[in-house]
Design a protein around this ligand. Structure first.
Ligand code: ADP
Ligand code: MG
Length: 322
């Protein structure tokens, strides 16, 4: 099967139809009509086999996750998804694999009404680069540099599930049914688009947690030129993760594990009072885990005691091996 047959048979047919796509897959460029008055939010993420997902991950999960992690970046800016391009490098034209991959991708694309408008298909080591484009009202994007000392630090959902799921997968043992949710969190993250969009009406600094809470909250601190103090006992943990840790959570793993794809955001106490019922109305779980502070330091406390011995660092691709 040629590159062009693959494009026509799999990628072209899986595209969601949108009126603002004047010309989609098939020409040298796509032609898009952005709505007047909106800013475009654009982000790219690459997933490499063996780095971003274990090599035995199913094609369907890879398809889903490659879009999910990119949608999560749009969520972190408060943007509404519109268009996506897909550059994929494949070791071989395995039609069954591609059909499953695009099925997983298309499932999530349909949920969020995002249209596949182009891409590139090449032969090589399995790698997927997705580029998403969304809309956000001018002056309303959730930038990292908007936090102030005194703000509350909040997170959506629960943390640490995916890193535990990865450990379970890598242990090569059969996975107990009670922990399937942890593996599901790793393979099928839920981008928090609604939460991000709801936050655009407030002064909020936000980030999606991809490299672990500690590293990602540090990015907000750096951009906003302040620090943060978080209370470990206030971190939201799932019932499954509590069971996995037998009620003795390994905080450093939870803080640095990555792949959570929840939102971490900072807002004033007054705004929190109206954000909380709003999230409840939309059934988005929300936890307040600490505060932004003036001193440029990110500190963790456990029942109020500062924890100095936590070995916490986010995932860094170019970190030198020690
Ligand atoms: P060109 O050589 O002009 O760059 P290509 O032959 O690479 O064009 O691609 C032909 C068309 O198919 C283009 O519209 C391109 O955007 C689209 N396309 C190629 N690969 C993919 C893919 N993996 N997913 C979606 N669209 C794709
Ligand atoms: Mg090309």
């Amino acid at each position: 099967m040629s590159e062009f047959d693959l494009i026509n048979q799999y990628f072209k047919t899986a595209s969601v139809t949108r009126e603002d796509v004047a010309l989609g897959i098939g020409d040298d460029c796509a032609l898009l009509s952005p709505p007047p008055g909106m800013q475009l939010a654009i982000s790219t993420d690459t997933l490499i086999s063996g780095v971003h997902f274990p090599e035995n991950t199913s094609a369907e999960d890879i398809g889903y996750k490659s879009l999910a992690v990119n949608l999560s970046d749009l969520a972190a800016m408060g943007a509404e998804p519109a268009w996506v391009s897909l550059a994929i490098s494949l070791p071989e034209a395995d039609e069954k694999w591609i059909a499953s991959f695009i099925h997983g991708f298309h499932q999530l694309a349909t949920t969020h009404n995002i249209s596949l408008i182009g891409g590139d298909t090449t032969r090589g080591h399995l790698s997927i680069t997705v580029n998403v484009i969304g809309f956000v009202n001018k002056q309303k994007a959730l930038r990292r540099d908007r936090a102030k000392a005194g703000d509350l630090v909040c997170v959506t959902g629960t943390l640490g599930n995916a890193q535990a799921g990865l450990k379970l997968l890598l242990s090569n043992c059969s996975i107990d049914k009670q922990f399937s949710m942890l593996v599901e969190s790793l393979n099928r993250p839920q981008p928090q688009l609604k939460a991000g969009q709801l936050l655009t009406n407030y002064r909020v600094a936000a980030i999606d947690i991809s490299d672990g809470l500690f590293a990602d909250l540090q990015h907000i601190c750096d951009a906003s030129e302040c620090g943060a103090m978080i209370e470990l006992n206030d971190l939201p943990l799932s019932r499954e993760l509590e069971t996995y840790y037998q009620y003795k959570p390994v905080w450093s793993d939870i803080l640095t594990g990555g792949d959570d794809y929840q939102l971490c955001f900072c807002c004033s106490e007054a705004d929190f009072m109206s954000i909380q019922p709003l999230f409840e109305e939309h059934q988005i779980s929300l936890s307040c885990i600490g505060r932004m502070v003036r001193e440029k330091q990110l500190l963790c406390t456990l029942q109020g005691e500062v924890q100095n011995s936590l070995n916490v660092k986010g995932y860094n691709h170019f970190e030198e091996e020690r």
